[in-house]
Design a protein around this ligand. Structure first.
Ligand code: FE
Ligand code: FE
Ligand code: ZN
Length: 294
């Protein structure tokens, strides 16, 4: 199973440190930001200890092609109100793609962005135009995975139809795909708890499983359709352990990297324990917190 978690790249050890953590979690993949997600300050990519990190990945059984980079969420290519923000986002995304490519990874997850009051259609159009500007001149082998969103605020990309529209507008079809986030689609109103097969059939019919580049496995703090986007630890939210485990063990997704982005508990991540629980399909109460009866 290609399963891991989000991991911070920081300190002196940088990517090497992240691989060490992933190995400690007994993960077979991980996801990272190349810098703070909320600003554009970036550490020189040459300081990432790339060679040592790649060597260690080999040793601990992490295939670098399964490791995911997440683009900073300050990038908003759907913003038509303020073109400076869009232009800055394009520049920043190009730079992030170069950094991803330098480190040897092949997938970068991108939030489709928010239309900030101009409407979903305009937001989608702006995103498509921007993606074409970024991708048409790109010579790396990095692909952008457009993440399915919850629809909070003025976010775009919270229905399969919207995602499909975005993919259709991108000229370089070989350079885009999708990242499915379980918390986000649940919060957007897709009932994966009671209608797992129907929802996935719908995804397959509209977008296609072949577009899947990554899956984010998160439980949700909010009920179906809440459009909130607050992740919960596996088994503690409105999605529940069984549905998350179903995704993880679904044969159709066995080659897709699956990433946990669940919250810390008492200042510590639960990734190691959550990874194990999912693998063995056995829920273990890790937190002193009531379970939601679904
Ligand atoms: Fe994300
Ligand atoms: Fe996510
Ligand atoms: Zn989220």
């Amino acid at each position: 199973m290609i399963l891991g978690s989000h991991i911070d790249v920081s300190g002196k050890e940088m990517l090497l440190g992240a691989v060490n953590k992933a190995a400690n979690y007994e993960a077979t993949t991980f996801m990272f930001y190349t810098g703070a997600p909320q600003n554009s300050i970036r550490k020189d990519i040459k300081l990432f200890k790339k060679e040592e990190a790649l060597e260690l990945m080999d040793k601990v059984g992490i295939n670098k092609d399964h490791v995911i980079v997440h683009a900073p969420y300050i990038i908003n290519l759907a913003n038509t109100k303020n073109n400076d923000i869009r232009e800055a986002g394009i520049k920043f995304l190009k730079n992030e793609i170069n950094r991803t490519s330098y480190l040897g990874m092949k997938t970068i997850v991108l939030h489709p962005g928010a239309h900030v009051g101009m409407g979903i259609d305009e937001g989608i159009e702006s995103l498509i135009k921007s993606l074409n500007e970024v991708l048409n001149s790109d010579e790396s082998d990095v692909k952008i995975a457009i993440e399915t969103m919850s629809g909070k605020g003025s976010e775009i990309g919270f229905t399969f139809d919207q995602i499909k529209k975005i993919l259709d507008g991108v000229e370089r079809k070989d350079k885009v795909g999708v990242c499915l986030d379980t918390c986000h689609i649940h919060d957007a109103g897709y009932d994966i708890v009671n209608h797992y097969d129907e929802v996935l059939n719908e995804f397959n019919q509209i977008i296609g499983f072949e577009q899947l580049l990554a899956i984010h496995l998160n439980d949700s703090k909010n009920p179906l359709g809440a459009r909130k986007d607050r992740h919960e630890n596996i088994g503690y939210g409105y999605i529940g352990f069984n549905t998350i485990t179903r995704f993880a063990h679904d044969e159709r997704f066995k080659d897709i990297p699956k990433i946990l982005e669940t919250p810390y508990y008492e200042d510590k991540p639960l990734y190691k324990e959550e990874i194990k629980m999912i693998k063995v399909k056995e829920f273990n109460k890790l937190k002193n917190q009531e379970l939601i009866i679904i």
